[in-house]
Design a protein around this ligand. Structure first.
Ligand code: COA
Length: 475
């Protein structure tokens, strides 16, 4: 009896196991089917298209902030159709020109991997073409002065009516408020976003940084807004407006300085050199020179050759866990146990003297020698690299961060590739388009105009530069 019971139990256990397996299989199959999930690609990594394949962008951007955003989306695989004014195009095509008659690096380095169509957005036929583009695109990106898009007739209401799925993404200088109507360029944003007042040396004027945190920084913020809106659209079926104000973008990047503003209420900012120098703090976050913005003190120090090479410097961080290694390296082993130097709080008022001592050592080595010696000991340091060194750095070429592309009128040039690396979506960094290079192709293949219609459009003047008046007409 016991034997039979045991056998029955074993049988039912096996059946349960089999059923469970079946249920799991069935559920997984059903789940995949009901969610409409695509099957995993059979193609190897990097061969199954790019992240934003299928996303079409009506790129109404110019200068730097908007083009940074759309170039990044193009690198990610979006079909980026840049709409430009006939005969003129993006104003940067001709700004800071280095090769006569060719598009400037300002333009080419911000508009790679895009297509260009010329359309006069104020021409009746041009408006018709734009409406067709609105219907066929997923995202419209623009960074015109406030109100310019509305003046073209492309109000949110008009766009949303034509294509409720469209996402309309804008960069403006300021968000809603007293300055919302202002035109804004990079340095205005750096100043209004709190970066300039906190950059530079205490005894000097506010400084703008070389990094384009107002333009390119805001473009990056906008790109994140766009992909988020695309993701939400999968759920809602609706497009939405995405707004990035340059002031907000800069402030987001300068948030540690707003952190310090609030810390000021509770006493001096002890990691700022001015604390060690006994200089009292005022009411606002001061400029901190080359002080590190975090809890580990750092400074820029001279290296061998600094007398003639403006970039023979290194950023040196006196990270607490490696303090003893630093003392040995610079020939100050006594500082390991000296109560004035042994702990981070004891060192704070003495930072100037400490960095002077470290500099006596760094001045005997090149920045790359300091880097090699310190890295072996886990001491965080960073060489001040010139743009020349960066342009020639083989590892940046190897990773596709710096890419050389060819151009029909200016020849080969360097551009910054995709700094965001996706393992299954390989960045396709191509040259920038010539003005209107893809007008015909887009009219026919994207918008479906017939030969006759294309001829009519060409004759209408909506896609061509206005004829220069003849001498007789001008007289
Ligand atoms: N066909 C016809 N007209 C066109 C056109 C086209 N394809 N493309 C642009 N235009 C027109 C616009 O409609 C606008 O005309 P309007 O003023 O009569 O309405 C005009 O060109 C100029 O546009 P605008 O944006 O005002 O350019 P600007 O050179 O005077 O100003 C900025 C440049 C950058 C200051 C301004 O665009 C701005 O503040 N943008 C938002 C913030 C920003 O992105 N700043 C950083 C730039 S890197």
């Amino acid at each position: 009896m016991a034997k039979r019971k045991k056998a029955a139990k074993a049988k039912s256990k096996a059946t349960a196991k089999k059923t469970a397996k079946k249920v799991v299989k069935f559920t997984a199959k059903k789940l995949a089917a009901s969610n409409g999930l695509p099957r995993p690609s059979a193609k190897p990594w990097g061969q199954a298209g790019r992240a934003l394949d299928g996303v079409r962008i009506l790129d109404f951007t110019h200068v730097q902030s908007g083009p940074t955003c759309t170039q990044l989306l193009a690198y990610m695989g979006a079909d980026c159709i840049k709409v430009e004014r006939p005969g003129i195009g993006d104003i940067t095509r001709g700004q800071l020109r280095d090769v006569k008659g060719a598009d400037s690096l300002y333009f080419t380095m911000l508009n790679g991997s895009k297509r260009s169509i010329t359309i006069d957005s104020k021409h009746a036929k041009g408006k018709e073409i734009l409406d067709r583009l609105v219907k066929l695109c997923d995202v419209l990106v623009e960074n015109f002065a406030p109100g310019a898009l509305d003046r073209m007739g492309l109000t949110w209401e008009h766009i949303h009516k034509l294509n409720p799925r469209m996402i309309v993404a804008s960069v403006k200088g300021f968000g809603p408020g007293p300055y919302e109507d202002c035109k804004v360029y990079e340095n205005v944003a750096q100043c209004a976003g709190g970066s300039a007042s906190t950059t530079g040396f205490r005894d000097g004027p506010p400084l703008v940084t070389g990094s384009q945190i107002g333009d390119s920084g805001t473009g990056l913020h906008l790109a994140l807004g766009i992909v988020s809106a695309l993701y939400q659209r999968n759920r809602t079926g609706r497009g939405q407006r995405v707004l990035c104000a340059m002031q907000d973008g800069v402030l987001n990047l300068a948030r540690v300085k707003l952190r310090d503003q609030q810390r000021l209420k509770h006493g001096p900012l002890t990691e700022y050199s001015q604390y060690g120098e006994g200089v009292p703090f005022g009411k606002a976050t001061p400029r901190a020179g080359n002080d590190s913005g975090g809890g580990q003190p750092g400074w820029i120090l001279k290296c061998k050759g600094w007398e003639s090479d403006p970039d023979a410097y290194i950023y040196f961080i006196t990270q607490a866990p490696v303090w003893t290694a630093i003392c040995d390296l610079i020939g100050k082993p006594e500082w390991k146990t000296d109560p004035d130097y042994a702990t981070p709080p004891a060192r704070l008022p003495r930072l100037r003297g400490i960095f002077d001592a470290i500099e006596q050592w760094t001045k005997t080595k090149t920045k790359f020698e300091v880097m090699e010696i310190c890295n072996k000991q886990d001491i965080p340091v960073g060489p001040i690299l010139s743009m020349k060194e960066i342009a020639e750095e083989p590892s940046l070429r190897a990773t596709g961060t710096v890419v050389e592309v060819d151009h029909p009128t200016r020849g080969a040039y360097l551009t910054v590739g995709n700094p965001i690396k996706l393992s299954d979506s390989i960045a396709d960094v191509r040259r920038s388009p010539l003005l209107g290079e893809h007008t015909d192709e887009i009219l026919r293949k994207v918008l479906g105009y017939s030969d006759k219609e294309v001829a009519e459009i060409k004759a209408s003047g909506a896609i061509t530069a206005p004829e220069k008046p003849t001498k007789a007409e001008a007289a």
